[in-house]
Design a protein around this ligand. Structure first.
Ligand SMILES: [Zn+2]
Length: 233
């Protein structure tokens, strides 16, 4: 099965019917042989910049690839696609809810994609996953391999650090301010650094920093300010 076919299926009844024309060609995007398809020119707007990634110079697209290219939701959201009618579109601060509890929502095969720019075509570059414990997430430009057992622990450390440090600091732990380390506690900071050492600066590490929930952090800060206000009354 092709990635765009799985995505197409996951939309179930929510798809519009497409007018297909006789093509007897291959799909320009996925390279699959097609009898009927749609003309490529209708789907390649000026913001399509992936011409070097096309599988063929054919003038046609299969209906699944055409659907994926034409669907705005798949560009401006993070998404998980699984079987029929199992499509989840969600925002950045909700990624962690999905990633660690995936088995409650879907069964493999599935596709997981996360956008940073909210404008790029990701669908045809994704990988189909067959395991809920170890899977590829397409993250803006490339696939990162997520291993639940290992990365759930790393994420818990990052979450703790995020209470005291910025995402920029987490992406480069050498840049953490002395004042912040002092506030956080030297001993624990050094322990965490040791645990993170082999992950630092890897793609999956940057991904895990990216998905840390900024809304939740803001909420915690607000609550702290509120508590301090009440104390000083
Ligand atoms: Zn195709």
């Amino acid at each position: 099965m092709y990635n765009t076919e799985l995505i197409y299926q996951s939309f179930g009844e929510k798809k519009n019917n497409m007018d297909l024309v006789f093509a007897n060609s291959v799909c320009s995007l996925c390279g699959k042989k097609i009898e009927y398809g749609v003309l490529r020119k209708y789907f390649f707007s000026s913001n399509f910049t992936n011409h070097d990634e096309l599988k063929s110079k054919s003038d046609f697209l299969c209906k699944e690839c055409a659907f994926c290219l034409g669907n705005r939701d798949l560009r401006v959201n993070n998404f998980i696609c699984a079987s029929e009618n199992k499509i989840y579109l969600f925002k950045k601060n909700d990624i962690e809810k999905y990633i660690f509890d995936l088995e409650k929502k879907i069964k493999p095969p599935f596709i997981f994609a996360v956008t940073k720019s909210f404008k790029k075509h990701m669908t045809f570059k994704t990988k189909i996953n067959f395991s809920l414990n170890k899977f590829n997430i397409f993250f803006e430009n490339h696939n990162v391999l997520f291993c639940k057992a290992e990365h759930i622990y790393i994420y818990s450390i990052l979450k703790n650090l995020y209470n005291s440090f910025s995402k920029d600091e987490l992406n480069n732990l050498d840049s953490c301010s002395f004042l912040n380390i002092e506030k956080f506690g030297f001993k624990l900071f050094l322990e965490y650094r040791k645990e993170l050492k082999q992950f630092e600066k890897t793609k999956i590490y940057n991904f895990l920093v990216y998905i840390l929930n900024s809304e939740e952090k803001l909420e915690k800060i607000k609550n702290k300010i509120e508590i301090n206000k009440n104390k000083n009354k």
